[in-house]
Design a binder for this molecule. Sequence first.
Ligand code: NAP
Length: 368
Amino acid sequence: MKNVGFIGWRGIVGSVLLERMIKKKDFDYINTIFFTTSQFGQLIPFNIQNKCKILQNAYDIEILSSLDIIITCQGSQYTNKIYSKLRLIGWNGFWIDASSYLRTSINSVIILDPINLNLIKKKIDIGIKTFVGGNCTVSLMLMALGGLFQDNLIEWLSVSTYQAASGAGSNFMRELLLQMKFISEIPNFTKNYTNILDIDKKISKNIKKNNFPQKYFSVPLAGSLIPWIDKKVNDGQTKEEWKGQFETNKILNTKNIIPIDGICVRIGTLRSHSQSFTIKLKQQLSLDNIQNIIKSHNKWVKVIPNDMNNTINNLTPVAVSGKLDIPIGRIKKLNIDKNCFSAFSVGDQLLWGAAEPLRRMLKLLLDY
Ligand code: NAP
């Protein structure tokens, strides 16, 4: 059995990965050693059959270098600190990572096997050992529109995202809940006789209070939104927006870059990201044709009929959280151009957008 180190299991991506691996019985086929950056020496707080019951130090290069495979959901700072140290001392194991730090490296593959399994296999065959999960919205977009990309039908794509608080990590998700609690602490707000404008004024006042919980987001998210995710890069883009074109084209291994851009927005949902697309095709296709191409690509994408009932029941974060399904709806031609159409998609960013490609990569390596 391969020795596999698991780092970042306490975070939100790591917790979902752990949950999925337990469900799929993946731990039966590996010797797992659990690491921590903050609690080494403590007992592992869950019951999985493994060699070591004690949490190991995630900065201990000697133990890490004895592993065949390292799977990390700890984040870019950790990868930045540890990855090159390990490679410099000659560690030649497989590194599977949820963070973005190594995505731009020429020696890494961004993994999303329903889209780029052949590329992943080719890279394993030539000795590549570093496999990185993609940006959550990019992976979800590719799962939704994979058929159109596969048939090389997309001329360009513009996207507006609606990203959940958990996309920023556990502490941000907790903070959104604290913010929700804070703004809803208004006496009598459920009573019909209370004037709605009085309620509105009290909420606005609460949000502006000095003790409003905003240590992580810096500003209110509950009752608001934040049209900026990650740091600024070139030409007015944020890093999150920049990843759309770079990562999509790297995953698809395109010869000619497919232009992708848009605006990424954090909204006050807890889990699952949504995206609204404007897509220009290289040729005119009927809506039936477009829908057939989309739904025949993979077993998780589900085309939702463009009517109110189906949309409000099936095309929301609430409908999709905790599921691998990728619903896509609001598919309609646009007045703008005969080759343009719109679509709206939702997906659990903690599954296909984070944990699931890592889990499947581990499985692929074990079976290879
Ligand atoms: P996270 O929840 O903040 O967890 C990362 C680490 O933070 C944990 O392993 C834990 O390490 C530590 N931590 C500190 N306070 C914590 C708390 N209150 N609860 C749980 N853990 C806490 O981050 P994440 O969202 O899982 O992201 C991990 C990596 O995946 C990042 O690079 C991120 O960019 C990437 N990613 C995230 C998503 C997403 O939707 N969240 C999607 C795709 C990729 P110790 O146990 O060692 O202290």
